[in-house]
Ligand binder design. Structure first.
Ligand code: FES
Length: 569
């Protein structure tokens, strides 16, 4: 048993060479908070509180903490909330991805350091659930994930609006001169109308669904709106379930996240039309379990798995619609043959039992039938070729069908700064046939692999009505974005990947059906360019977290985790 079989306050005592004194001291300090001995002898349930004034998505966390506490106490446990880092997409400079691993380390170490018998991890904004699941996977403490839940939709001129697919659509319309300054200001106040995570199938929704598919979150908890009574009931049930897990001595996270559960997560990622970021995070979670996410297997799973969820950005609806339609389990009920139904859930039942209990409401049409999919073959394709020897991804379910096979001349931007400087230059020699290439925006290049892969359409072309072009980079892209955009090109340019060798005018061929991404330059010429290549000069940080990040971060195909955070072989 973990922690030498010790429970509650006896877990992880401070070392003074006198265990009795350590416990005596600990009890003295906790009694300062007014607890009785009866309370302190109960199962102790930690609750990771990620409320922050800088994290609007987590605005409902205080109410969720209260509801989890209620559940813990109803089940006879003692809840102990504690703070961890909280990361919001728009308030993390230079990019939230730079901080995901820091949050994972913080969460893992605070679970280990403090005397809790089980933990409830409350998260939601894009990097928070991945960080918490990575932390849980690295430890032995029974853990449940409680997503904060999605926002309700907003309204603008008779249309439903959702962050942030509609943010991008409206901004593109503004750039093209179709909306005035006043229009865009008015829409801006309606795109994120309250607490909760982005309500399209972006990264936050994707990771909430993955948490549920992996069995780490209770069934129903991916889609219930942040401000709903259902969400509070789920929080209460999560607290109750945490106490039950202590009494049953498990399951522990690695007992839930079996090989079958990881495959279930792959099926889910495709079937929901999930975010490309979900692949990076799933690879990082698998890495913490000592497994490698096989991206070619992920691609094969996609070829057999239709996208059945009609949500933006691939489709039309929003997360509240999925909740009304029966939630993720109602969707997975249509994919039984692809799933490991024996995989365990934190609920104490198997995935198959949870699917049997799900009740679908087809009246909204948000969960499609298998013979009427949003897209017949998965959300994301894994590409290979001389431009991406260690793979690249494309969310083909959100791409323009006519561009899935395309060949065109490269127009290269060497950095984010170069992109910002030139993309709207009226004299830029660019046509709709060009392939826009952004490099040095990967894990080590940017650094932090920002969501810069959604390269804007040059303003001159946007005004002329061009809405999509083939774009590729070693960056990531928001799960709420759409377009024919190749991402996560591995290895990245900064470490000398072939992306570093592309020159303006080189022909690039994208063939998604064949899963190929080719730079049509002969090998002799590429070898000469490789010999002459030098990484772009920059001042490297000498200290601090950024130094650690640059020294140890892995490539996107391995999840961008730090190499030393994987378990030893
Ligand atoms: Fe937090 Fe979208 S910004 S989920």
């Amino acid at each position: 048993m973990a922690n030498n079989g010790k429970r509650g306050l006896r877990r992880g005592l401070t070392q003074y060479g006198d265990e009795g004194f350590s416990l005596f001291l600990r009890r003295a300090f906790i009694k300062a908070m007014g607890y009785t001995d009866d309370a302190l002898d109960r199962p102790l349930i930690g609750i990771a509180d990620t409320a922050s004034d800088f994290n609007a998505c987590h605005g409902s966390v205080p109410r969720l903490v209260d509801a989890v506490k209620r559940g813990v106490m109803l089940a006879g446990g003692l809840p102990m909330a504690f703070p961890t880092i909280s990361i919001h997409e728009s308030f993390a400079h230079p990019t939230s991805m730079l901080l995901r691993n820091l949050m994972a380390m913080d969460t893992e170490e605070m679970i280990r350091a403090q005397p809790m018998d089980a933990v409830v991890l409350i998260g939601g904004c894009d990097k928070t659930l991945p960080a918490q699941m990575m932390a849980a996977a690295s430890g032995e403490t029974p853990a449940l994930v409680l997503p904060v839940g999605p926002m309700l939709t907003g309204h603008f001129r008779g249309q439903r609006l959702g962050a942030c697919t509609d943010c991008r659509r409206l901004w593109a319309a503004y750039r093209a001169g179709e909306l005035t300054e006043q229009d865009i200001d008015q829409a801006n106040a309606q795109l994120a109308p309250g607490h909760g995570t982005c309500m399209v199938m972006g990264t936050a929704s994707t990771m909430a669904c993955i948490a549920e598919a992996l069995g780490l979150a209770l069934p129903g908890s991916a889609a219930a709106p942040a401000v709903s009574a259902d969400r509070l009931r789920l929080a209460e049930q999560t607290g109750q379930r945490a106490v039950a897990m202590v009494r049953a001595d498990g399951p522990r996270p690695r007992e839930l996240m079996t090989e079958g559960a990881l495959r279930n997560a792959m099926v889910t990622l495709h079937a929901i039309g999930g975010s490309t970021n979900g692949v990076v995070h799933l690879a990082a979670i698998a890495g913490r379990l000592g497994a490698a996410l096989d991206l070619h297997e992920f691609d094969r799973v996609g070829r057999d798995t239709p996208v059945l969820l009609d949500l933006k950005p691939s489709g039309h609806g929003y997360m509240e619609d999925l909740h009304k339609a029966g939630g993720l389990m109602a969707l997975l009920a249509r994919l039984r043959e692809q799933l490991d139904l024996a995989a365990p859930s934190a609920s104490g039942r198997s995935l198959g039992e949870e699917i049997d209990a799900a009740r679908a409401d087809d009246s909204l049409g948000v969960i499609r039938a298998a013979d009427n999919p949003v897209s017949p073959a998965g959300a994301i394709a894994v590409l290979d070729g001389n431009l991406a020897p260690d793979t690249a991804l494309i969310k083909h379910a959100a791409a323009s069908p006519e561009l899935l096979r395309h060949e065109g001349p490269a127009l290269v931007f060497d950095s984010l700064e170069d992109l910002a400087r030139r993309i709207d230059d009226e004299t830029l020699a660019v046509t709709a046939e060009h392939v826009l290439v952004l490099r040095n925006a990967g894990p080590k290049g940017a650094p932090g692999m920002p969501e810069a892969g959604y390269i804007p359409i040059p303003r001159r072309l946007a005004r002329a009505g061009v809405r999509d072009m083939v774009r590729l980079s070693d960056a990531r892209m928001s799960g709420t974005a759409y377009g024919t955009i190749v991402l996560h090109v591995c290895p990245e340019a900064r470490v000398g990947g072939p992306l570093a060798l592309v020159r303006d005018g080189d022909r690039i061929r994208l063939d998604v059906p064949a899963r190929r991404l080719e730079l049509q330059v002969d090998e002799v010429e590429l070898a000469a360019r490789r010999r002459a290549w030098q990484p772009p000069p920059r001042t490297e940080p000498q200290r601090g977290y950024l130094r650690l990040f640059l020294d140890t971060v892995e490539q996107a195909d391995k999840g961008c985790d730090f190499d030393f955070l994987r378990p030893p072989r």
